[in-house]
Design a protein. Sequence first.
Length: 231
Amino acid sequence: MAEPVVVSWSGGKDSAFALYEVLKSREYEVAVLLTTVTEEYDRISIHGVRSVLLERQAASLNLPLRVVYIPKDCTNAEYESRMVEALMPLAWEGVRTVVAGDIFLADVREYRERLLAGVGMRGVFPLWAKDTARLARSFMGSGFRAVTSCVDSHVLDFAFVGRVFDEEFLADLPPGADPCGENGEFHSFVFDGPLFKEKVNCALGEVVLRDARFYYCDLLPADAGDEDIVS
């Protein structure tokens, strides 16, 4: 019998590929996608993607979605409090495992594991320690499609935001930039792939610079036939 799990869901490529890997193993059944959304912006935290696109994404995946709202400039204490509040009911229901798309940042994994242990849960990391260049190409080769929603201007220039994550994108990355953006070089939104019932249509909106560092591309919900749909 498959074990029920929570998937830590950012809407980006690593969480999508982690979901893909655990479903492919047939060892797990997804009980819910769990996503943090910044209250003041109504967008996926860090990725900057509108909640409406998150909801369309979950609907296309045919998976339930649970949102944890956090304030902007959220402290670690506040984040942990809200996450525990969201996880405890799931633990009481017998869901004791959380799947995450972390790849090699040991401090992030350790922090996550400590938080989960506090509510009697454990983490599963299907992408852990895998070569990121191979992971990026496996993601593409599996049929997933993503667009960058945020880039760190200290590493990548303006031209990298709002781009489809493909071989050309990887070829253009400067030396030292991780192919999966694991060091925070970029964040993404997955709009199509083998798990999706239908493509999540979106158009490229305004690009803005936040905190004098991060370029965000406002992805706009779109319908088939609209102009400038990400393709």
